[in-house]
Design a protein around this ligand. Structure first.
Ligand code: PBG
Length: 324
């Protein structure tokens, strides 16, 4: 029997050969670590479905940030849990709001860490929706003004980058104009450009206390079966001035990451969301799979699909593993 001249297994024979020809490698530089900041002092409250992730007060989060920077992770993404919620999410754009104060504290103590802020209203509104509600519906254009105010207040506090996650139409233009109007030309926008109405946000809504009190987000977030629509959303955001475009969630949408990377030249981010994290953690706790390997395989698949930036709750665990 004559074997083929080319035997692929030759190049898999040992770890040195595999390392030499590996096409995709992860680095802590790829990661952004999401953080939840809350009022109080000395608070570090673990999020039920997200082991190892916490709601933290500013003093605690500042300590966490120096650990994060020490692991070589370049950036954090901040979500705020306000003291009081109201109809129009006032704390989202208050100069002494929880995120604004956290940004100042982190930039003061850990200047070497990029601080990205999530710009959205859902954590701050009593109804839990990402915009202003009238006649039972989320109002697009009225919401834009509030998002623009929120982004400016984050920039004033010292945020290095803003990341609108609301999925209102025209919000990148509104935020870009407002930032430029206040002299923040150099603050980039990472837009959640293709954000799907996903069941995988479940654990996050517990973490950020942002579950909608009625209805769902399907009138503003994307319908999971659509992919050409994602390309339109990204094209619009780029036209409006986005600097990084994000796909969210990541693992069930690797095809979307790939298509966007092929078609556009901007950096692509992917959000490995709470439910993707929880699934692996839970299965690993049950002994049903090897959590570390599943984590690294998931992260490398997101990068292989085309992500330049990965927002992930695994950032610290993965960075630790990569360092060792
Ligand atoms: C806020 C926002 C959400 C997430 C990031 N920003 C939740 C949502 O849209 O309901 C989800 C992140 C995650 O699940 O890890 N709009």
């Amino acid at each position: 029997m004559r074997y083929p001249a080319y035997r692929p297994r030759r190049m898999r024979a040992n770890e040195l050969v595999r390392r030499m020809i590996r096409e995709t490698t992860l680095s802590p530089d790829d990661f952004v670590y999401p953080l939840f900041v809350t009022h109080g002092k000395g608070v570090k409250k673990e999020i039920g479905a997200m082991p190892g992730n916490y709601q933290q007060s500013i003093d605690t989060i500042v300590k966490d940030c120096s650990e994060i920077a020490g692991l070589g992770i370049p950036a954090v993404l901040l979500f705020g849990i306000p003291e009081h919620k109201d109809e129009i999410g006032s704390e989202a754009y208050a100069d002494d709001g929880i995120v604004q104060r956290a940004v100042r504290a982190i930039k003061d103590k850990t200047p070497g860490l990029l601080v990205i802020t999530d710009v959205c209203l859902c954590e701050y509104t009593s109804h839990g929706h990402c915009g202003v509600i009238k006649h039972g519906a989320v109002q697009n254009d009225e919401t834009l003004e509030l998002l623009a105010k929120e982004a400016v207040s984050h920039a004033k506090a010292g945020a290095d980058m803003v990341a609108p996650s609301d999925m209102m139409d025209g919000r990148v233009t509104a935020i870009r104009n407002a930032l430029d109007g206040e002299g923040f030309h150099d603050v980039p926008i990472m837009s959640y450009a293709a954000k799907y109405a996903s069941s995988f946000y479940g654990p996050f809504r517990e973490a950020a206390e942002s579950t909608p009190q009625f209805g769902d987000r399907r009138s503003y977030q994307m319908d999971p079966p659509n992919s050409r629509e994602a390309l339109r959303e990204v094209a619009l955001d780029i036209e409006e001035g986005a600097d990084i475009v994000m796909v969210k969630p990541a693992l069930p949408y690797l095809d979307i990451i790939y298509r966007i990377k092929e078609k556009f030249s901007l950096p692509v981010a992917a959000y490995n969301v709470s439910g993707e994290f929880s699934m692996i953690k839970a299965a690993s706790q049950l002994g049903w799979l090897d959590g570390e390997r599943a984590m690294m395989e998931s992260l490398v698949s997101i990068k292989r699909a085309g992500a330049d930036v990965i927002l992930t709750y695994f950032a610290k665990d993965a960075a630790r593993l990569l360092q060792s």
